[in-house]
Design a protein around this ligand. Structure first.
Ligand code: LFR
Length: 487
């Protein structure tokens, strides 16, 4: 590959992978060399991530990447890491992780919201951080910690990078999800640390996507069969930042495409890319976030519920001995009539795991309707509710940011869900362009390629490369369906 070979570690809430990305002018060829499951585990009185197991999988994946590259006589130019946001591990001065990190799905942070808001008014928090309110934002999780003396908090991708290199940094796109980051200045919001009694150096110093964290520790290099001079490069370590960087929106006739994006996986992250944050009261009331993207962009978006709703249903059904194949389930759901019951997919009621079909039916009951205890009907309800949530969110984003959207890009796992994509086109009344499914890994690889000097021209060039190298599916809105006549 003339542009270089890069290893991407990409871990989501339900699975992780290590991918080799070969960059050429014709696009990026991805080779998945290692895949492993992930999920929250009940441990020590809370919902946590089994981080030790994840880190062992990262090492196994890097070893597989080294072998795959060596087999072709290639050299891995660098390693980049992305995961979900918000969560952190606590590390002592000797560099040991003191406990397995809590998951944002653990309920403990809910009770910390009021005490934090008593010290810092939510309006003031929003004016500085521009962060949407989610009960699990890092700021609330930290408020539940009893003793942070002598400990440092490392966000999950930063923790992996630290264990690989021995260097502690906080990558900026992910720092912007903590609730302790100034959206305008692009720095830590030092005054909030003081107000909450947190040490200024609780998190390591910031690093920007494209900068080098460090090189592999000799012991790690030996374990994974890579040269110790292999750099770990900071990418958009927040998975959503990497995914948005790889949205294949291309400038058309000299003007940028007016696009909205939906990064569709466990969550649906729905919004716009902006140059400047929107910190108005109306934006706060609509609970839009101003998270940082690569190249200093702002990801102006909302967390709408996601395919978590469906994967949790499937887990419950499997436990009851019913294991429908996803394609069959979606076909049966697609055959049901339009206008069925809906839920509010972003209700915090759906954050925790377990008995999702029952909770969805209960939520429908509260709207005065009835949802059959039938997997196809429940699946259809989830899809209709997500599509309605996307449409509402995009319309609100247009109003709040004073922009117009011509096209909706869906990237990530959900881009393969044809029912959801068609319902999204119908609900938004805009064409939907679906793909790539591996946007996060592509964004990770391309930011590394840019850092290596193999790609030049910023986000626009990254997106052109993705668009050139991916076959995209297009969906036109069906007007009749919007009027409730046919599917
Ligand atoms: C998506 C994501 C979202 C974040 C949620 C929790 O994987 O990173 O952007 O809000 O997970 O961290």
């Amino acid at each position: 590959a003339e542009g270089g070979v890069f290893a991407a570690v990409d871990i989501g809430a339900s699975s992780g992978r290590v991918i080799l990305g070969r960059v050429t002018s014709a696009g990026v060829a991805l080779e998945t060399v290692h895949r492993f499951p992930n999920g929250v585990v009940e441990r020590d009185g809370g919902l946590r991530w089994d981080f030790d197991a994840l880190f062992a999988e990262v090492l196994a994946g890097l070893r597989a990447a080294a072998a795959a590259a060596a087999a072709r006589g290639e050299k891995i130019a660098s390693v980049g890491i992305d995961t979900w946001a918000v969560d952190y591990g606590l590390v002592d001065s000797a560099g040991n992780l003191v406990a397995q990190p809590y998951s944002y799905r653990d309920d403990r942070s809910r009770t910390a919201v009021a005490p934090v808001h008593a010290k810092l008014d939510p309006a003031r928090l929003y004016q500085t951080t521009g962060l949407q309110f989610l009960q699990f934002n890092t700021i609330y999780q930290l408020a539940t910690e009893k003793d942070l003396d002598g400990l440092q908090a490392l966000l999950i991708p930063d923790l992996i990078a630290f264990l690989l290199t021995g260097v502690r940094r906080t990558e900026a796109t992910n720092a912007s999800t903590t609730g302790l980051f100034d959206a305008v200045a692009g720095e830590w919001a030092t005054e909030f640390f003081a107000a909450l009694g947190l040490r200024k150096d609780l998190f390591p110093p910031l690093i920007q996507p494209g900068e080098t964290v460090g090189t592999l520790l000799p012991d790690i290099a030996g374990q994974v069969d890579l040269p110790p001079e292999t750099p770990v490069v900071a990418v958009g370590s927040h998975d959503t930042a990497s995914a948005v960087a790889a949205v294949p929106a291309v400038a058309d006739g000299g003007r940028g495409e007016n696009f909205a994006y939906i990064s569709s996986g466990t969550w649906s992250l729905v919004g716009l890319e902006l140059k400047h944050p929107v910190l108005t009261g109306a934006s706060r009331e609509a609970n839009f976030t101003n998270e940082r993207g690569v190249d200093g962009t702002i990801r102006y978006l909302r967390n709408v519920g996601g395919l978590w709703l469906l994967s949790e249903c499937q887990r419950t059904w499997a436990g009851e001995g019913f294991q429908p194949d996803l394609a069959a389930l979606l076909t049966a759901a697609a055959a049901l009539p339009v206008g069925g019951p809906r839920i509010n997919a972003d209700d915090p009621y759906f954050i925790a795991p377990d008995n999702m079909p029952g909770r969805i039916r209960a939520a429908v009951r509260r709207t005065g309707e009835v949802l059959a205890d039938d997997p196809a009907a429940i699946t259809r309800c989830i899809m209709d509710s997500l599509a309605a949530g996307y449409a509402r969110t995009i319309t609100t984003a247009e109003r709040l940011a004073n922009r117009e959207v011509d096209v909706v890009h869906v990237v990530g796992g959900g881009s393969q869900n044809t029912l959801l994509c068609q319902l999204t086109a119908n609900a938004t009344g805009r064409p939907v362009v679906a793909g790539p499914v591996e946007a996060t890994a592509l964004g990770n690889v391309l930011v590394q390629a840019q850092a290596a000097g193999a790609v030049d021209g910023g986000l626009a060039e990254l997106r052109r490369i993705v668009a050139t190298g991916t076959s995209l599916d297009r969906y036109q809105p069906l007007v009749a369906a919007r009027q409730g006549c046919v599917n």
